[in-house]
Design a protein. Structure first.
Length: 405
């Protein structure tokens, strides 16, 4: 489904320095090369080789093979010693989706596609690295540019942190961006506090007693129990979560049965949990199991529950968010182009970095319905307006200049 069209005549434009505008054709070329060759999490070998080749060509010090395919480039100012340390993070992985776009840079790998913009994130990070390396006198201190694998799963941020990417020197602040088709080109979404939700999942197997469909009194109907569990789980958010907090409990799969006249002995539910408030991290799984146990007990059924905590919520530091917002307001011609209410129940493992150091994750609007570039993320026809690439580089560079001075 195509996103709602936006009147682009009212959208503010960006102020981008001429040297970064001159990089635009390179940014597009890099992004399209990466788009042609998508790779899944921890398998980004071709992508990592491409990134390292560029960094080596430019003479930028870097370390590869971190958390398998991750890379960290380190750029130190030519100014006298001192200054601060900022990190910039970009993810590199693609998705198991068959691309439907008819473009000359479409995916060359059957069943894989950059359907979330990570090819653009990597190109922006490369452009930022190139510009900062050429202008090492424009800031004071050190910038680490982190090319991270496996954001889409199973998660590359945590193992990169465990392998020391935030140390030597210790990172004082971190920023990252997401090209965002939920916002039109010409806008930037920045907010302090919770931006993206925690991502957790559960699998529950209802253990009943099978039998003939015509003799239900001899059985414990797992399908009936599962149906009541699905309904009852909706009361967790409706009656246990403060209405001023946002949370979601969704059952996305229910599998049971083999024949129409056989009552199934097992039913399997798979679902996801999302929330912004970290305090709900204990409440929701506790209530979820209580609800399942209560429904099963009332019907004489058993259950097996596997609950997985994947990513914590993305919570931006107030001071770093204010820094990014102030920069965005200098890049966008009018303050109306900086959107503060841009939260989403989608998740991101940038959250692990933000748990370690103050930082800000923000959105760069990339949808352009006039060019048929407004399909949602993870759609087989996802694509974005590539003019957002230069915008991303400009914002990153200005954040470094303002923080590291």
């Amino acid at each position: 489904m195509v996103a709602t069209p936006v009147n682009l005549s009212s959208v503010p434009k960006f102020k981008i320095r001429s040297e970064i505008l001159a990089l635009q054709s390179n940014l597009v070329q890099w992004r399209r090369e990466l788009h042609r060759w998508p790779e899944l999490g921890f398998k980004e070998r071709r992508t990592a080789a491409f990134v390292q080749q560029k960094l080596s060509e430019w003479g930028i010090p870097h370390q590869g093979s971190i958390a398998q395919t991750g890379i960290v480039a380190t750029i130190t100012s030519t100014k006298p010693t001192g200054g601060r340390v900022m990190a910039i993070r970009a993810d590199m992985d693609a998705l198991p989706i068959q691309e439907e776009n008819i473009v000359d840079y479409r995916s060359q790998i059957d069943g894989l596609m950059h359907a979330c913009g990570h090819d653009g994130h990597t190109a922006i990070a490369l452009g930022t690295a190139f510009w900062l390396w050429q202008h090492r006198d424009s800031f004071r201190g050190t910038v680490k540019i982190i090319f991270q694998p496996a954001e889409e799963g199973p998660g590359g941020a945590k193992p990169m942190i465990e392998q020391g990417v935030l140390e030597h020197p210790r990172v004082e602040a971190i920023i990252g961006l997401h090209l965002w088709n939920n916002l039109p080109i010409g806008t930037v979404g920045v907010r302090s506090g919770a931006l993206m939700a925690a991502v957790e999942s559960f699998t529950c197997t209802i253990l009943g007693k099978g039998g003939h469909g015509a003799m239900p009194h001899q059985t414990v109907d797992s399908v009936l129990v599962a149906a009541q569990v699905v309904n009852a789980l909706q009361t967790i958010v409706a009656r246990n979560v403060d209405p001023l907090d946002s949370a979601v409990v969704t059952v996305g799969e229910l599998h049971a049965g083999t024949k129409r006249n056989v009552i199934a002995d097992k039913a399997k539910l798979n679902g996801t949990v999302r929330y912004f408030n970290p305090a709900l991290g204990n409440l929701i799984p506790q209530r979820l199991e209580q609800v399942i146990a209560g429904v099963c007990q009332s019907h004489g059924a058993g259950y097996e529950l596997d609950y997985q905590r994947l990513y914590p919520p993305v919570i931006n530091d107030g001071a770093i968010a204010a820094l990014v917002r102030s920069v965005a307001e200098t890049v966008v011609e009018t303050p109306a182009g900086v959107v503060p209410e841009c939260r989403t129940m989608g998740g991101e493992d940038m959250s692990f970095f933000l748990q370690e150091v103050p930082g800000c994750y923000f959105f760069v609007g990339a949808a352009n319905p006039d060019k048929d570039l407004a399909y949602p993320h993870h759609h087989p026809r996802f694509d974005f307006d590539e003019t957002a690439l230069g915008t991303g580089v400009e914002i990153f560079v200005r954040c470094v200049e303002k923080f590291c001075r």
